[in-house]
Write a protein that binds this ligand. Structure first.
Ligand SMILES: Cc1cc2nc3c(=O)[nH]c(=O)nc-3n(C[C@H](O)[C@H](O)[C@H](O)COP(=O)(O)O)c2cc1C
Length: 185
């Protein structure tokens, strides 16, 4: 087979088209020191270590999410289906006190002292701040230790293909473009 030539993409991430790196869309839930709940979509999210286990979340230092994580040491990630994730842009753009209503989802208290999760999302994890790594400019990488991972009843026992169809995660690729999972074998 003849070698296929490569085309360099710009290093400005906003201009990656098509983007070969997808990020799972999640809703980050955090609380201020006064107990006020904040919900924000995030997609720079990745497993980071078996030990912990740890995950990483790329975040702006100026975001309420980051302030709350640093002041309380806790956050929860709810994992929406791709359909639930379609409102992520509208949620991010909504006034802070309207975000939950715009998401169409319902916060439910944690039974283990963590931050609330979104009841209709098929999975969530509660995390404790493990470490914050300063990045370039105003960005930080939050490393979180997963203290609880919970999945809707009915997903866990389902056959593999069905289980992933129920989780149905959505992945951000570039502004306005999200993709789902190909059916699992
Ligand atoms: C699909 C999607 C993915 C996003 N991913 C991230 C992300 O990974 N990190 C980040 O800092 N902001 C991300 N944002 C932007 C934040 O959601 C947005 O700036 C929000 O207003 C931050 O809210 P906060 O101040 O409550 O944290 C994303 C927005 C959308 C719509």
């Amino acid at each position: 087979m003849a070698a296929v030539p490569f085309i360099d993409l710009p290093l400005d991430k906003w201009r990656w088209h098509p983007s070969p790196l997808a990020g799972q869309v999640v809703y980050a839930l955090t609380c201020s020191a006064e107990g006020e709940l904040d919900v924000a979509p995030k997609s720079w999210i990745q497993m980071a270590g078996f030990g912990g286990p740890l995950l990483s979340l790329g975040c702006s230092r100026r975001h309420r999410t980051r302030d709350n994580i640093v002041s309380t040491g806790r956050f929860t990630l709810s994992f929406p289906t791709i359909e639930q994730a379609r409102l992520a842009r509208a949620v991010a753009d909504a006034p802070r006190d309207e975000r939950v209503a715009v998401s169409g989802l319902s916060p439910e208290e944690s039974t283990s002292g963590g931050v609330a999760h979104l009841r209709e999302c098929p999975a969530y994890c509660e995390c404790e701040l493990y470490r914050e790594v300063a990045l370039e400019g105003d960005e930080v990488l939050v490393l979180g230790r997963i203290t609880r991972l919970a999945v809707h009843d009915g997903v866990v026992g389902a056959p593999t293909r069905e289980a992933y169809a129920l989780l149905a995660p959505g992945f951000f690729l570039e502004p306005g473009v999200m993709t789902g999972l190909a059916p699992a074998d």
